[in-house]
Design a protein around this ligand. Structure first.
Ligand code: ADP
Ligand code: ADP
Length: 220
């Protein structure tokens, strides 16, 4: 049976940073809805152009398009063993759609780690975030600096600061998270899938806590 893990947490909690390590370690596909939107934007597809308006305002892209995009992604061959979802679902409607999609794939959500970080820390995290142009690898000016300023350690591409990481948009995104995404915490807690991890610890400590939780469900 495939394994599906949903990483939950506010913008800047460290979902992308942790998903990269854990997906590799567990042999799961890493599916980041934000990365897929940004790839579409770079390629100037219709989806990318449409999503850009919402992303720049710090709002959510409408459920129907987002759900269709993830349904297609989950059907690809690299997801046969399962996937680690980073940034999806973000609304109750997306969570319900995900349950249906996974049922047709013969699986279900197996674990929902929630990376908890208070709002004031998020603003500093996103203000110092540098993202790689080629593949979305993530750094922080203070907490996880690249070896050479402005250059990705992994693929050598240019690092940039995301338009939506400016303080005003960050505030909006945190509000959107509280209003639209935070209800999922109760949804998954009721299903006994939630596992809360303290995201204010150093990156390696968060990884350790997450790996422990993920390994404990492997094979169940
Ligand atoms: P998300 O995907 O949840 O938005 P990211 O993984 O992109 O979060 O992390 C946001 C920023 O915070 C990045 O600059 C990243 O390097 C940094 N970061 C991630 N985890 C930690 C941590 N545990 N401590 C300090 N900084 C972190
Ligand atoms: P972060 O790393 O801060 O958590 P993401 O890269 O996941 O941010 O998302 C960036 C933007 O992409 C969001 O603000 C939103 O506009 C859009 N987006 C990403 N995932 C979703 C989703 N599941 N539903 C709707 N919009 C989304």
């Amino acid at each position: 049976m495939p394994t599906y893990i949903v990483l939950l947490g506010p913008p800047g909690a460290g979902k992308g940073t942790q998903a990269a390590v854990i997906s590799e370690e567990m042999g799961l596909a890493h599916i980041s809805s934000g990365d897929i939107f940004r790839e579409n934007l770079k390629a100037q597809t219709e989806l990318g152009k449409m999503a850009q308006e919402y992303m720049n305002r710090g709002e959510l892209v409408p459920d129907d398009v987002t759900i269709a995009m993830i349904r297609e992604r989950l059907s690809r061959p690299d997801c046969v063993a399962g996937a680690l979802l980073d940034g999806f679902p973000r609304t109750p409607a997306q969570a319900k759609a995900l349950d249906e999609m996974l049922a047709t794939l013969g699986g279900k959500v197996n674990l929902v780690p929630l990376i908890s970080v208070p709002a004031e820390v998020l603003v500093e995290r996103l203000g110092g975030r540098w993202t790689c142009r080629a593949q979305g690898h993530v750094y922080h000016a203070k907490y996880n600096p690249p070896k050479q300023a402005g250059v990705c350690d992994i693929d050598g591409s240019e690092l940039y600061q995301r338009e939506d990481d400016q303080p005003a948009t960050v505030e909006r995104r945190i509000r959107v998270y509280s209003e639209q995404t935070a209800p999922l915490i109760e949804y998954y807690r009721d299903l006994d899938l939630l596992c809360e991890v303290d995201g204010t610890q150093p990156i390696e400590k968060v990884t350790e806590a997450l790996l422990q939780a993920v390994r404990s469900i492997a094979g169940k």
